[in-house]
Design a protein around this ligand. Structure first.
Ligand code: NDP
Length: 322
């Protein structure tokens, strides 16, 4: 019998690369899509080289908003599982590029759902949702928590979540959304604040006068470890129970605490280096965002075990050695 095939839309990003590695380890054939690829046997994607999977993953150039291009992939490779991780994934950038953001999330989701409906595709589809759909969370968010997104990105993820639910209920498509709270790894793009903090703190350890400029350091987030999250995607996608779930740690931490742990690990006092820049404050910034980890633990026995201290240690260690 041939290998099981997985199709990963957005395979070049943090989660796409880590998920591909995990699938390859389980002997899946992995087909990934990227907009940046030419016909090559070895993936030129940096995250794939870092993980050593550049020769094992098959990356194809595909306009994933295009019906024919996605149909072709599904018909040619007949994947058992599809993971849609593609997105313009920065909340901040979504204010400057709302059209690109909405297109990359809503149009891609709808296209994949329509392809599945029209081809009677009976494999399993996982969609990467986002905690940004909730806006501020006054308590640990469950799947029933009121959705009040405050950015184009959050609105796109909310629409995508609703489309997935609609196609599941109306057209019997095997599709689910994982609503993801923040999760980190060394592969996270440099534009995210956690990566900025690590990079600049290391500069501070070399130059005592170096300053790290940040916006609101009192925001609270629920940070997890990306490798564990991609395991969660697969557990959800293979479950017979088609149910949207929240993936989170359930622990909320102030950005200020994140910063202080990073500086402490480098034997520095963050107060000597951090400058709070009012220009960096974002209009409509979410103050508190954290989720309830128990429903997915109860239903699927998935939980985020790596704590924030360990995450920070791993991020620093990677940066020092790279
Ligand atoms: P990344 O930004 O690292 O990767 C996103 C992927 O999407 C890339 O592979 C990129 O592929 C593709 N992409 C980017 N812009 C577009 C576009 N305009 N059109 C089509 N494809 C595009 O994201 P992560 O791996 O961190 O996140 C994976 C998913 O999980 C995303 O949907 C994200 O929104 C969601 N998520 C992530 C969280 C996190 O903490 N990491 C938290 C909540 C949700 P290429 O450029 O090669 O075409």
């Amino acid at each position: 019998m041939g290998k099981k095939v997985s199709l990963v839309l957005g395979c070049s990003g943090q989660d796409g690369a880590l998920l591909s590695l995990s699938l390859l380890k389980q002997n899946y054939e992995v087909i990934g899509t990227s907009r940046k690829i030419e016909k090559k046997k070895v993936s030129p994607i940096n995250n794939h080289s870092i993980l050593g999977i550049e020769k094992d993953i098959r990356v194809v150039n595909c306009d994933i908003t295009n019906f024919d291009e996605v149909s072709y992939l599904i018909e040619k490779y007949k994947p058992k599982e599809v993971y849609n991780l593609a997105a313009q994934s920065s909340v901040g950038k979504s204010f400057d590029y709302p059209k690109e953001t909405i297109k990359s999330i809503v149009e891609v989701t709808l296209n994949l759902l329509e392809v599945s409906r029209q081809l009677n595709y009976n494999g399993n589809l996982f969609f990467a949702g986002s905690s940004e759909v909730f806006g501020n969370t006054k308590s640990k968010a469950t799947i029933e928590h009121k959705q009040k997104p405050v950015s184009p990105y959050g609105i796109a993820k909310q629409t995508s979540f609703n489309l997935v639910k609609l196609y599941r209920e109306l057209h019997d498509i095997n599709c689910i959304t994982g609503i993801l709270f923040n999760h980190e790894s060394p592969l996270r793009s440099k534009t995210f604040v956690t990566q900025k903090i690590i990079t600049e703190a290391l500069l501070c350890s070399k130059d005592k006068l170096h300053k790290l400029k940040l916006g609101n350091i009192n925001i609270e987030r629920d940070w997890g470890w990306a490798e564990e999250f991609v395991d969660g995607f697969q557990i959800m996608n293979r479950s017979l129970n088609l149910k949207d779930q929240i993936l989170c740690t359930g622990r909320k931490t102030k950005l200020k605490t994140f910063v202080s742990i990073v500086f402490e690990k480098l034997n520095l006092n963050w107060r000597d280096h951090v400058v709070v820049e009012p220009n960096f404050f974002r209009k409509g910034e979410i103050n508190t965002s954290y989720g309830d980890p128990y429903p997915i633990k109860n239903d699927l026995n998935w939980e985020a075990k790596v704590n924030l201290e360990t995450i920070i240690e791993k991020l620093i260690e990677f940066k020092i050695n790279s």
